[in-house]
Design a binder for this molecule. Sequence first.
Ligand SMILES: [Zn+2]
Length: 74
Amino acid sequence: MVPDPETPACSAKGCRAAALWVLAWNNPKLHTPERRKTWLACEEHREHLSQFLGVRGFLKDVVRFEEWEASEGA
Ligand SMILES: [Zn+2]
């Protein structure tokens, strides 16, 4: 599969799959409460990355990539 530069890739290490999900997170030690960092995830890594952030209490939201784009553009 040829990587498409228009399609952002999953944030998981070594994964080149297209991102389908946006994980919005915040580390209260580093970020102000309204600040959102984002990770991108493919279908396969959504669970893994959500858990990684979830156990640390960083995970705020998991949104479909199209929805995230739409709400960011608004
Ligand atoms: Zn992935």
